[in-house]
Design a protein around this ligand. Structure first.
Ligand SMILES: [Zn+2]
Length: 265
């Protein structure tokens, strides 16, 4: 999922003075469409109907009569206000527009271009891959975490009618701290390498994983999950730490399942 940028004073800008809620709606949806499909601000005319549903809305024609609103009414508002352009427009700051499409005015001044988004995706994918390579070569093996896995699992296997995630986490970190300094070095290797990917607090992500899945999650598993979530991000991840926290919360069921099925190492 990606994001579009909208200035917080857009409705006060002169261009928007004559624009009604109908135009606002189409403008926002058009921005989302262009960003999602990486069109650099172009919107095929035939896509408009799918962007705005005017069922049940009417517009007044004069003081006494009205008629059903249509997507075309929203388009007309945006074109009249020069917020959208069509073929033959005279806006000097926007490129020419082919027939059959509209263009969102000044789109690339505020939203990333298709080229930039694709570059960024490649970059993140490359970073994650490099990272995995480095990790593999660093000689930190799964054996390091094996002992802890058993300890932690033994702890979790005890019947716990009422889950107490916070308590569990304390126990996990106690075990991690007590057991072996190899684990500390494992975590510090992971920590410092994830920092290169913009992940500021791996321990917190690990804790959240345990918390939302209610499962014992080894350091190694947490690390794999974090890398996996990062590599599956579809847009630019501007704040990896926050992004990952949200991703973990949102996909707890899927994560729980892959841990149960042993899909993560
Ligand atoms: Zn323009």
């Amino acid at each position: 999922m990606g994001w579009v940028r909208v200035s917080d004073d857009f409705y006060d800008q002169r261009k928007f003075y004559g624009v009604t809620a109908l135009g606002d709606a189409l403008w926002i949806r058009g921005l989302a469409f262009a960003n999602r499909n990486l069109t650099d601000g172009f919107i095929p005319k035939r896509a408009v109907k799918g962007l705005i549903d005017t069922t049940g809305l009417s517009i007044s024609v004069d003081n006494f009569t009205g008629r059903d609103a249509s997507p075309e009414d929203a388009v007309t508002e945006l074109l009249t206000a020069d917020i959208w352009h069509e073929s033959g427009h005279d806006c000097e700051s926007c490129p020419d527009v082919p027939r059959g499409v509209y263009l969102i005015h000044d789109y690339l001044d505020f939203q990333p271009s298709r080229e930039k988004v694709l570059e960024e995706r490649d970059r993140v994918r490359g970073r994650v891959q490099n990272h995995r390579e480095k990790k593999r070569k660093s000689g930190v093996t799964d054996d390091v975490t094996a002992g802890v896995t058993d300890d932690v699992r033994a702890m979790y296997d005890r019947p716990q009618p009422q889950p107490q995630p916070q308590l569990r986490l304390n126990k996990v970190s106690q075990v991690l701290n007590r057991e072996t300094c190899e684990i500390d070095s494992e975590i510090s290797v992971i920590n410092s390498s994830l920092k290169g990917l913009g992940v500021s607090n791996f321990t917190k992500l690990h804790a959240e994983l345990v918390n939302v899945t209610g499962r014992s999650v080894t350091v190694q598993q947490a690390y794999e999950i974090v890398l996996d979530l990062l590599s599956r991000a579809s847009g630019i991840v501007e704040k990896p730490q926050a992004y990952l926290l949200t991703a973990i919360k949102n996909s707890w069921a899927e994560l729980q399942q892959s841990i149960d099925e042993g899909a993560v190492a």
